[in-house]
Ligand binder design. Sequence first.
Ligand code: KG4
Ligand code: ZN
Length: 336
Amino acid sequence: MKDILILAIESSCDETSMSIVKNGNCEIATVILSQIDIHKNFGGVVPEIASRKHIENITIILEELLNKSQVAMEDITAVAVTYGPGLIGSLLIGVQAAKTISLVMKKPLIPVHHIAGHIYANNLEKRLSFPLLALVVSGGHTELVYMAEDYSFTKIGGTLDDAVGECYDKVAKVLQISYPGGPEVDRLAHLGKDNYNLPYPLDDKSYNFSFSGLKSAVINLVHNEKQKGNEINTADLCATFQNRVVSVLVKKTMRALQEKQVNNLIVAGGVSANKGLREKLILECQKQNINLSFPKLIYCTDNATMIGAAAYYAYQKGIVSDLKLTAKATDNLYNN
Ligand code: KG4
Ligand code: ZN
């Protein structure tokens, strides 16, 4: 069978990335340009700046990718792009670039949902086995997803308020840790002890999550202690916060696996890089004989390689778009 080479584009937030992926699992070459150093100065992503930077960078990145991969445009089978969800101005740049390449080079255009991309980052490690549960934990999403087969997504639970990565970043901000604070909170958590009095997030019979109460508790605690002139033990506070988050994520995920009688678990999104989450899931999955998969660290946060991997399976299902494709700030991935 002829190889399928997909040129993929990701620009939903503050990374401009392009990749060429072969047959859904083989990365030929990838370029990722992160804008973190710019947005750091503002304590978070500034949408207008993000889209301007995407405009400046996108053609340079395409040129660099073609040089790096030594693949000619004519040899590309199709072009794929994250059409949503994300920052609308940022998404539009990627979508416009993909549509232009599709039109000029006469290549099929494959629209990819950002979360499908995060899920298929795991396929770059090992072929997904079905049925599976995906725990999606990123800056914008916290969801438990059931997949009976490729490119079939059923949501069984999700966040009722903030996404888990968003909570990490807000907790980091109040502790004066620079954006994005998740990795640093994770690092500090490993140096501290769980000895602050923080509430446990929603721990009910559903598969839904709620982290905003925990986040507010950390923010209030920091403000109160500051007012009293007391010092905060940042490492201990991070350790306590992380333990609360990880305990409920792991508990609900393990229960879902058991109740749905699923043997395969994949973790996806930026927070899948979290060491505390990885350690606890590895332990629990070993106990219960669950096949567990995480993306390689480089594929945890936003990148176009995961979009190229997902696009291969979308293409197999006949998911292609005409040039009317438009970016969507919000969009539903799910069949139900
Ligand atoms: O998937 P991603 O790159 O962007 C979205 O699609 O949202 O995720 C970014 C999020 C940020 O909130 C960042 O703080 C968080 O992932 N993150 C982490 C870690 N690495 C990245 N959170 C906790 N622990 C980490 N090690
Ligand atoms: Zn993402």
